[in-house]
Design a protein around this ligand. Structure first.
Ligand SMILES: [Cu+2]
Length: 442
């Protein structure tokens, strides 16, 4: 008998972008027609180990062209999923194979990057979890993908006003139904004294969740996938902007029969996101916390790093006087007629020339100056950066930074991943209406 070697190439799984119906709203409401990766919202969880490869063939069964961006992965540029910059959008009925290594452990996600303000709002996103070689000692590892949906109460269907000019020029598209893992107010069973890892992912178009714990004590152990050197005890509320992730390790304090959970604050009101029904007693009683193992990140040096200022402009109450579209300068009124309300450094769309043309391996500081009346979540592709704290020291690694109205924040970037990379606001209506730029590393 001939012994044949096992196939050398790992199988490539299909990830089908398709329209399905799901029960998003509470019982009594209709199912909602959503756009999905793999038949569910959130899309199929991809879970693998650091250093392994993601291989997925995007099959586009949608009525629009699509791509996938692998958010937060320090990825090879050709796999970054940006139509018109790193690939052509995949036409309906066509496919594209993504194949890349994940260099870092942590909590990431993937989402549509073509007409993302519509496609992400329709449900085109999913979690991408990269496990550490040595997993932390917890009883449960729960991925919690937060989103909000704008549904018509009578029909339960998505309101298709994606180009709503008020949303575009204000805080963005905010929904009227908040879900976690595609469910309204879901419940999970936990034991008293159990230790949980909660992987929070904000997949909303524009909503900033202001998260708090109820019946739990815990620590923030990672932000945007990257471990904190010193886990930070959670006290009070912690903001999670669109596209940001936060890994918590929490201990269940509530008694048996009670409900613990995750809550969010909005305008002084607190509402529940997830219910943790406490039943039974955990075997182990753990105290103290150890940091997650670090990823291999570049050494950050600021001494020779030039400062590049990026000014965030426009929007309601700070209307643009003028800005450039390509080589053409247009008035604020002309831009508004084209659905453009925002600008980055005077450009109301991705400019022809990069905001930053960086030599491979060079260090830079980017100073975000928010002159608008709204907060923005600025995201860099292909890299994590470090926040520069007010005292000049280096804060956590992130891939998306929330800049409050009127605020200025500086980040340190080591441009060590070659390619053309987007830099944009992750309030998706804002990026679609002007807050889009890019940088080049070569
Ligand atoms: Cu914004």
């Amino acid at each position: 008998m001939l012994l044949l070697p096992k196939a050398v190439h790992a199988a490539i799984d299909d990830l089908v972008a398709q329209i399905v119906s799901r029960q998003l709203a509470p019982d009594g409401y209709s199912e909602t027609s959503v756009w999905s990766f793999g038949g569910n919202v959130p899309g199929s969880e991809i879970r693998l180990r650091k250093g392994q490869s993601v291989r997925r063939r995007l099959v586009n069964d949608l009525p629009q062209p699509a791509t996938i961006h692998w958010h937060g992965i320090r990825i090879v540029n050709a796999m970054d999923g940006v139509p018109g910059l790193t690939q052509d959008a995949v036409q309906p009925g066509h496919s594209f194979t993504y194949d890349f290594v994940v260099p870092d452990a942590g909590t990431y996600w993937y989402h549509a990057h073509n007409r993302s303000m519509e496609q992400v709002a329709r449900g085109l996103y999913g979690p991408l979890i990269v496990e550490e070689d040595n997993l932390p000692d917890v009883d449960q590892d729960l991925t919690l993908v937060l989103d909000d949906w704008r549904l018509a109460p009578e029909t339960g269907q998505i309101v298709e006003d994606f180009d709503n000019q008020h949303d575009l020029s204000h805080a963005g598209r905010l929904g009227n139904l908040v879900t976690v893992n595609g469910q309204f107010d879901p419940e999970y069973a936990v034991a008293r004294g159990a230790r949980l890892r909660l992987r929070l992912i904000n997949a909303a178009n524009a909503r900033i969740f202001d998260l708090g714990l109820d019946g739990l004590t815990g620590w923030i152990v990672a932000l945007d996938g990257m471990p904190l050197v010193d886990p930070l005890p959670v006290s009070g509320n912690v903001p999670l902007a669109p596209a940001q992730r936060m890994d918590l390790i929490v201990d269940v304090q509530s008694d048996e029969g009670q409900i613990a959970g995750l809550v969010s604050q909005e305008r002084g009101d607190s509402f529940g996101l997830v219910r943790l029904a406490v039943a039974g007693q955990a075997a182990a009683n753990r105290t103290g916390i150890r940091p997650l193992p670090a990823n291999e990140m570049p050494k950050v040096r600021l001494d020779d790093a030039p400062i590049h200022r990026m000014t965030l402009q426009g929007g309601a109450m700070r209307w643009l006087d003028s800005a450039n579209l390509g080589e053409t300068e247009l008035s604020g009124r002309e831009l508004a007629q084209l659905g453009r309300f925002w600008a980055l450094n005077g450009y109301s769309d991705r400019p022809d020339e990069p905001f930053l043309d960086a030599r491979l391996g060079s260090a830079h500081q980017i100073e975000f100056v928010n002159e608008t009346a709204f907060p923005h979540a600025m995201h860099l592709h292909g890299h994590h950066f470090r926040i520069i704290l007010d005292d000049g020291t280096l804060g956590p690694w992130r891939d998306t930074i929330l800049i409050g109205r009127g605020q200025t924040h500086k980040i340190a970037l080591i441009a060590d991943n070659p390619g053309d990379w987007l830099l944009h606001c992750h309030m998706l209506g804002h990026s679609a209406s002007g807050m889009m730029s890019w940088f080049r590393v070569s």
